[in-house]
Design a binder for this molecule. Structure first.
Ligand SMILES: *Cc1c(COP(=O)(O)O)cnc(C)c1O
Length: 203
């Protein structure tokens, strides 16, 4: 209880972002016991990880990059967690693939906290309605929210905004923080951090 009052819950999950990295850099991290990995492309992740599942059944793969609706089924087949649900057409494609037998997975809604036109994610003003629609119309129960703050802004206010949107929607998981800002993200309540270059070296 004391830890909770101090604002800390569980130790955040480290999502090791292995995109683009050569296998020689990934293998030692896997051997050291890391089991949660993040990838941003379906096909690249398939090529890299499909065979690893046989020897590492406790592997957890997370999709952290934008997902095209026509790859919804492939993504559900491969990833345990899809962190980038951000639009109606994708939600519909995921729900339909599940209805046709694809595995039901864990989901996050990506929020474009900086409202950057080039960035994926639902804008903050639309987040509540989108989450509600996922639950009631698509039968998709997100477990949390994910964001990537603008590169040229202090990340703290973006993390705080994400935490606020999550709280008012009854979500307690926050995927936020990368190599450059994961310590800040943890202070703002991140339950998972996505760290690539700080772990594997520059891409
Ligand atoms: C690449 C990527 C990361 C990891 O970035 P680093 O700065 O290398 O830690 C985290 N999240 C997303 C969504 C990414 O695409």
């Amino acid at each position: 209880m004391a830890a909770r009052e101090a604002g800390r819950k569980d130790v955040p999950t480290l999502v090791a972002v292995s995109k683009v990295q050569p296998w020689e850099r990934i293998a030692p991290v896997l051997a050291a016991g890391q089991r949660v990995f993040g990838e941003n492309r379906v096909q690249e992740a398939q090529a890299r990880w499909a065979g690893v599942r046989d020897t590492h059944p406790d592997l957890e793969l997370r999709l952290i990059g934008p997902l095209q609706s026509n790859k919804a089924r492939a993504a559900l087949e491969l990833f345990d967690v899809i962190e980038t649900v951000d639009r109606e057409s994708l939600a519909a494609a995921l729900a339909e693939a599940i209805a046709r037998g694809a595995p039901r997975r864990r989901f996050y809604v990506q929020v474009n906290t900086g409202e950057e036109p080039q960035k994926a994610g639902v804008i903050p003003a639309d987040a509540d309605a989108f989450i509600e629609r996922l639950r009631t119309h698509h039968g998709l129960m997100p477990e949390g929210l994910m964001c990537i703050p603008p590169a040229d802004e202090a990340p703290g206010p973006h993390f705080a905004l994400l935490a606020k949107i999550a709280a008012r929607n009854g979500l307690d998981r926050l995927s936020m923080g990368m190599s450059s800002d994961f310590e800040t993200a943890v202070r703002f309540g991140a339950t998972s951090v996505r760290v690539g270059s700080a772990l594997f070296g520059t891409r």
